[in-house]
Design a protein around this ligand. Structure first.
Ligand SMILES: [Zn+2]
Length: 126
């Protein structure tokens, strides 16, 4: 009889301890799933994700836009200064790159192929 009472108390104690151990934290997979990238992101990554959500691309992460390279639709070259060196691969199969300085102001032409390039001032987000 005493051994049965002792056994029941032991089972109750183990069950109670087990119940405490099974209390899962709210962020684990069994309690609601894996946290999303937005929930895990911190610092600069969080700022970039918020900016992309708003539709802006302050760090030029996305693929650059395509331009025709004509006078009306010049290649836009962002720069934080008033000039930037630009490399033009004039034709698709060329192995040589034509390098030239692009200055702020009017659109300039590549000295070899004549494509138009325009420097646009870029503000750093930080
Ligand atoms: Zn060129």
């Amino acid at each position: 009889m005493a051994s049965r009472l002792l056994f029941r108390r032991a089972v109750q104690a183990v069950t109670r301890v087990g119940a405490v151990r099974l209390a899962a934290p709210s962020r684990c997979m069994s309690a609601g799933g894996i946290p999303t990238d937005e929930e895990q992101a911190t610092g600069l990554e969080k700022k970039v994700m918020a900016a992309i959500k708003k539709g802006t691309d302050p760090y030029s992460i996305e693929k650059p836009q395509q331009y025709a390279g004509t006078k009306e639709d010049p290649h836009i070259v962002p720069s934080i200064t008033n000039k930037r060196i630009v490399g033009c691969i004039c034709e698709e199969d060329n192995t040589a790159v034509i390098w030239f300085w692009l200055h702020e102001g009017e659109a300039q032409r590549c000295p070899s192929c004549g494509s138009h390039y325009k420097l646009v001032h870029h503000h750093l987000p930080h």
